[in-house]
Design a binder for this molecule. Structure first.
Ligand SMILES: Nc1ncnc2c1ncn2[C@@H]1O[C@H](COP(=O)(O)OP(=O)(O)OP(=O)(O)O)[C@@H](O)[C@H]1O
Length: 235
């Protein structure tokens, strides 16, 4: 059986500069995976390529066996900045918009997530805080019924207590056979839910390893991750 996500010999340039070089990656169904790397390593770019937003790369990307960008887009759900929405629209309006454009949008699940996030339909985008907006984005992303979720730094503005609550409940919001890839700088906070870790460094995947394998090495995930940047840190 083919993997849920298959990336072969991917190279991506932007303005003649190589951003990602010769990336190969295979990901199975039913995993929670951290995508780690320092600022500018290429995590967002990789997610944008998988989604089909960033184009003109070399190599191939397939999600659930689908290589065409439009088909990939419908097989996955990625966090959106909501920048395209006016400040005057309400969360209810955004919900209706998602419901209209995504046939896999689950309104009941969204309602539950909204309650969990302590948000309501009447709140306007222009009147909610950055953390509340991030909570809304997580709720919208996880309300689609897809095989692959891409969460790009979803928790950065969310207060530590809510962050912990969301991370601990994330398993409830996804089907057993769907996979979640989370890019995050707070490695420690998500480590308990992780099955695998991917580290982007030097424009490629420097490591793709199971969380169990890291633990067998007697290291925490944070320690393992920091080892990849140790040379630069000690310089
Ligand atoms: N629109 C753009 N035009 C040119 N270069 C870009 C553009 N967007 C990103 N880059 C470059 O691509 C590289 C990867 O950026 P990317 O945003 O993917 O990194 P990241 O790992 O997500 O970083 P962070 O942790 O800071 O979010 C960086 O060197 C960045 O300068």
């Amino acid at each position: 059986m083919s993997d849920l996500l298959e990336i072969k010999d991917l190279t991506y340039r932007k303005n003649l500069r190589v951003i990602l070089d010769n990336v190969n990656l295979n990901i199975e169904s039913g995993k929670i995976i951290a995508l780690l790397g320092e600022n500018g390593a290429g995590k967002t770019t990789l997610m944008r390529i998988i989604t089909g937003i960033a184009k003109h790369y070399k190599g191939s990307v397939a999600v659930a066996g689908k290589e065409k960008e439009a088909e990939r887009k419908s097989a996955l759900s990625m966090t959106d900045s909501l920048k395209g929405f006016s400040d005057s629209v309400t969360i209810g309006w955004v919900r209706d918009f998602y419901n209209k454009i995504y046939s896999d949008f689950d309104k009941e699940q969204f309602e539950e997530l909204l309650k969990f996030m302590k948000l309501n339909y009447d709140m306007k985008l222009g009147q909610i805080s950055r953390g509340m907006r991030e909570k809304l984005v997580i709720a919208l992303t996880l309300s689609r019924k897809v095989k692959l979720y891409l969460l790009d730094e979803p928790f950065s503005g969310i207060d530590p207590m809510s962050r912990k609550r969301i991370i601990n409940s994330i398993l409830l919001w996804k089907d057993e056979d769907s996979t979640l890839i989370i890019s995050d700088h707070f490695v420690n906070e998500i480590s308990s839910i992780l099955d695998e870790v991917i580290i982007v460094k030097d424009k490629t995947i420097a490591s793709h390893i199971s969380a169990d394998e890291i633990r067998e090495q007697g290291k925490s995930i944070e320690q393992y991750y920091e080892d990849f940047y140790q040379d630069e840190v000690s310089e």
